[in-house]
Ligand binder design. Structure first.
Ligand SMILES: [Zn+2]
Ligand SMILES: [Zn+2]
Ligand SMILES: [Zn+2]
Ligand SMILES: [Zn+2]
Length: 130
């Protein structure tokens, strides 16, 4: 088991890297996603059995925003069982950013507490006027 995982040639005395239980020539260790060479200092960045470069590893493990489906870098809001860009987690009524304190409407949409009561009040008024 001293053959290179990519070219199949015996590694022998050559410098080799061990990754995923296999030996690789130093410049034959490639990323499974983008096929770039994985460097010594970023090797073993494996995710779900794949051999990934640092770049792809970051992309694969970075959480996605439930609002816009883009990757989240840095801060995020965790709410309703999903992760969001802080700016993507919005009140369904006024469309302004929501903070940790929010209410869930009967249709499972998040909203400011104030907006919720305002809406409730409006609905009551409408119902009464009928
Ligand atoms: Zn090789
Ligand atoms: Zn890659
Ligand atoms: Zn977003
Ligand atoms: Zn609001």
């Amino acid at each position: 088991m001293d053959e290179c995982g990519r070219c199949g040639v015996k590694v022998g005395e050559d410098a080799a890297l061990l990754a995923r239980g296999t030996l690789w020539h130093v410049n034959h260790l490639m990323c499974d996603l983008c096929s770039c060479r994985i460097h010594e200092n970023e090797r073993c960045a494996s995710h779900s059995g794949l051999l990934l470069c640092e770049h792809c590893h970051l992309r694969a493990t970075r959480p996605k925003c439930h609002g816009c489906s883009e990757h989240i870098v840095g801060h995020f809001t965790e709410a309703m069982g999903h992760l969001w860009h802080p700016s993507c987690f919005q009140c369904t009524i006024c469309h302004h950013t929501l903070l940790k304190t929010f209410v869930t409407l009967p249709n499972k949409q998040p909203a400011h507490q104030d907006c919720f009561w305002e809406l409730k009040l409006k609905l009551n008024v409408v119902q009464k006027s009928f």
